[in-house]
Design a protein around this ligand. Structure first.
Ligand code: APR
Ligand code: PHB
Length: 401
């Protein structure tokens, strides 16, 4: 069994793990990333696409925002549609100019991987049977088997569990010491990628009696759209024609706006849940990103919350290695959870506002009233916009860079 020493071992090469590795590397803190999948798999995994203002700032601090600034779509707001109405929501104007950016999550991953290639810091793909050991000692260890079957052990000061909801890190926290909070929604999202120029420049969120629909984009020639469906819907059984018909119905306006159709090249169903585990630390293990929490995709907070966690964890680790001060590390969980729960609340609120559950007619009328409040009240719009564009991150790793 080969043995490797490092300061921080990072389990998972998604946005959380790669961003943490990048920031630690910039601060001269050696780290090693272990990833279960192949590089090609994680570069091609289609997921969310909206970056909050603080996330864009942190990617800039990490020096990986060149492509984002070249190819990302910087938005001044979004369009809300309900009962045939089209209402422009000027989120940037209402938040002092804070723009959100449409930029595919897999592009963020590629940007971070390219930066790691340049820095030459170690990353292992196809790391199998990853297991965490001795977390309650000063030299925790992580073992894994490589694609050739050889066993390896990594000894580090700290372990960052960034391996997503289905990873192994969260379960390394003794069950008696962790509390899991979960809420499941009675619907899911069917997402499609279509080879057709977007029918809109701005994001459209639509509330309709048939259910929620959304029009996003991935490039000038690729559209990304979503439909509310039953939670157990099998995407493969849903005909493309039905998808386009439903999107057309739910996004329809009274002024003749047209939804352009094209070949659907990818479709999948996302179940919707809210999940948080507390605390986010066990001894030398720190959880971040989807390993620690899941939000419904409505407000696209998943990647942004991962970045928010990493802003706190990276600063805390830098403080430890630079000054020996462990106060930020000791407060990581409390600090990160403050913003996690605020993002959870907003994601739940936006989901409840826009999705229709058949038979809940009283709730349906409350939804209409909430939508009208949002349309009528500038202060309600401003409050919604603050949470939509992203409340400031609590971590400040830039003070060490
Ligand atoms: N060992 C090593 N790596 C693992 C293991 C394991 N046992 N299990 C999972 N992984 C890897 C996955 O293959 C994935 O690449 O961990 C990574 C976790 O990445 P994400 O699931 O993307 O989670 P995170 O980095 O927290 O990103 C959060 O960004 O990906 C978007 O919207 C998505 O909400 C998500 C957000
Ligand atoms: C996306 O483009 O995937 C997206 C954008 C905004 C959202 C959700 C998803 O609120």
């Amino acid at each position: 069994m080969s043995s490797i020493e490092t300061s921080v071992v990072i389990v998972g090469a998604g946005p959380a793990g790669l961003l943490l590795g990048r920031l630690l590397g910039l601060a001269g803190i050696d780290n090693l990333v272990l990833e279960l999948r192949t590089r090609r798999y994680i570069e091609e995994r289609i997921r969310a696409g909206l970056l909050e203002h603080p996330t864009v700032e942190l990617l800039g601090i990490a020096g990986v925002d060149d492509h984002l600034r070249r190819d990302g779509q910087f938005d001044e707001g979004f369009e809300l549609r309900f009962e045939g109405e089209r209402v422009w929501f000027p989120t940037a104007e209402l938040t002092g100019g804070q723009q959100t950016v449409l930029y595919p999550q897999q592009e963020v991953v590629k940007d971070l991987l390219r930066a790691r290639d340049t820095s030459g810091e170690p990353i292992v793909f196809e790391a199998l049977d990853v297991a965490l050991h001795n977390l309650d000692t000063e030299r925790p260890q992580v073992t894994y088997r490589d694609a050739d079957g050889a066993e390896h052990v990594i000894t580090a000061d700290y372990v960052a569990g960034c391996d997503g909801f289905h990873g192994v890190s969260r379960s390394a926290v003794p069950q008696t010491l962790r509390t899991e909070f979960q809420h499941d929604y009675p619907f899911g999202w069917l997402g499609i990628l279509a080879e057709v120029p977007p029918s809109t420049r701005e994001l459209i969120y639509a509330h309709h009696d048939h259910g929620f629909a959304m029009h996003s984009r991935r490039s000038p020639t690729l559209s990304r759209l979503y439909l509310q469906v039953e939670p157990d819907c099998d995407a493969a059984t849903v005909p493309d024609e039905f998808i386009w018909d439903e999107l057309t119905r739910r996004l329809a306006t009274q002024d003749g706006w047209t939804l352009h159709r094209g070949p659907i090249v990818q479709k999948s169903v996302t179940a919707m849940r809210s999940f948080v585990v507390e605390p986010l630390q066990y001894k030398r293990l720190f959880l971040a990103g989807d390993a620690a929490h899941i939000v419904p995709p409505t407000a696209a907070k998943g990647l942004n919350l991962a970045a928010s966690d990493i802003s706190v964890l990276s600063e805390a680790l830098m403080d430890h290695y630079r000054t020996g001060n462990d106060e930020l590390l000791a407060n990581y969980s409390t600090t990160a959870l403050r913003r996690i729960w605020r993002a959870q609340e907003f994601s739940r609120h936006m989901t409840a506002l826009l999705h229709h559950v058949p038979g809940q007619e009283f709730e349906r009328r409350l939804q209409r009233a909430r939508l009208q409040n949002l349309v009528i009240s500038r202060s309600a719009q401003a409050s919604f916009s603050e949470l939509y564009v992203g409340i400031p991150f609590e971590g400040k790793p830039e003070r060490f860079l």
